[in-house]
Ligand binder design. Structure first.
Ligand code: PMP
Length: 392
């Protein structure tokens, strides 16, 4: 009897299901927004990354339609072959202006931006220091790079400094990688202090602004602006898929950094250029971010309003948050699942995030600029109901 070399996949899947780690997709129909139709049920949406509500904005939709009509659906090649359009350059310059950097480069996704950039900046003789709560794309970029990878405890700059004291001299280059806003907690890295540590030990810093861009900072540039670090040398990464409401990723930084990535970032060189529709929609969104600060103000009014309301509810411990991501700590996986199910029965989409994605279970809420106070009140009423009625 021949062995089936794929049998192990069934066994692995069974292990995943037995551990309670089964994942499944939900089908959204119609436009995204604060009210969505998902798997046939109309729900209030507190699970979206569309922080400014731009993914259904008519200006982005029209920009995408016009770009498709003018340039076609696909970019037809990598940027160095046939995949480059003036639109890409316009978007890159707009991102550089938003971030106050010399230049920027757009990738096909944020994930690809992190992988390609980290692997271009460091290699076998180098060291990477990684916050324990960093996004998977940062960690995988570090693994792909072949550099020695050390974790430091979440936001623990004392431990980071100790590790650098012990190990820095044995390596050629060193890169510290961190989210600005941590995606599953919503808290903010102390970036000013982190930059000081990096400077003291001659380290580069890559900051992932996926959840900071458009949300934090006076001009919406992100966590770096919020922490008063604009202009400090850094590799600023972000995605076009959250507050920017489109698809794709970017790196912003010095002109030599960006030029170097054009020559060395494999996920940029060997991957098809961003589609005209995605590029044009992102460009329209960056313009909105720059010209309509009141959208960001509305998001922050919603964040403050929800936190005030939640503080009045007993038995709902909040994790520290400085962003549009607000998490409620749950004692265990089952309670988190029961909470999420109860909320869904009350017309609310708010997801349970559990191990192995995070160390401890939580309900993760995300706010949008377009939520109304009445919608937030409805969420709070449902949460109060879950405290009493969801099985623990
Ligand atoms: N970094 C962080 C912190 C993220 O949350 C995400 C998306 N979940 C990414 C990177 C990847 O970005 P993209 O979705 O554009 O691939």
């Amino acid at each position: 009897m021949m062995n089936n070399p794929y049998d192990w996949i069934d066994r692995s899947l069974q292990t995943i299901h037995r551990a309670g780690w089964t994942r499944h997709t939900r089908t959204l129909t119609g436009l995204p927004g604060t009210v969505i139709n998902i798997d046939g049920q109309v729900l209030l949406n507190f699970a979206s990354n569309d922080y400014l509500g731009l993914a259904s904005d008519d200006r982005l939709i029209q920009a995408a339609i016009q770009a498709t009509e003018g340039y076609g659906t696909g970019s037809t090649g990598s940027r160095l072959i046939t995949g480059h359009r003036q639109l890409h350059r316009d978007l890159e310059m707009a991102i550089a202006t938003l971030k106050q950097t010399e230049d920027a480069l757009v990738f096909s996704s944020g994930y690809a931006a992190n992988i390609g950039t980290i692997a271009a900046l460091v290699g076998k003789r180098d060291l990477i220091l990684c916050d324990a709560y960093n996004h998977s794309s940062l960690r995988n970029g570090a693994i792909v790079s072949g550099a020695t990878l050390l974790d430091y405890h979440h936001c623990d700059l004392v431990q980071l400094s100790q590790q650098l004291e012990t190990h820095r001299k044995q390596f050629q280059r060193c890169l510290i990688i961190t989210d600005s806003v941590f995606s599953m907690d919503g808290d903010l890295c102390p970036l000013a202090e982190l930059f000081d540590v990096a400077a003291a030990f001659d380290c580069m810093v890559l900051v992932d602004e996926a959840h900071g861009t458009g949300v934090l900072g006076k001009n919406g540039a992100g966590g770096i602006e919020h922490c008063g670090c604009t202009g400090r040398p850094a590799v600023q990464m972000g995605t076009l898929s959250k507050a920017i409401g489109s698809l794709g990723g970017y790196i912003a930084g010095s002109a030599p950094l960006i030029d170097f990535l054009r020559h060395r970032a494999a996920s940029w060189i060997y991957s098809t250029g961003l589609s005209p529709a995605d590029t044009a929609a992102a460009l329209a969104a960056v313009t909105v971010i720059q010209t309509e600060p009141d959208r960001r103000d509305r998001l922050w009014q919603n964040i403050v309003y929800l936190k005030q309301k939640l503080a009045q509810l007993p038995n709902l411990p909040l994790l520290p948050s400085d962003s549009a991501i607000i998490c409620i700590a749950m004692p265990n996986v089952q309670t988190a699942m029961n909470f999420s199910q109860y909320l869904q029965s009350a017309g609310i989409l708010a997801l349970a995030i559990r191990p192995p994605t995070v160390p401890t279970s939580r309900i993760r809420l995300t706010l949008m600029a377009t939520h109304t106070p009445a919608q937030i009140d409805q969420l709070v009423i449902a949460l109060a109901g879950a405290v009493v009625n969801a099985p623990r």
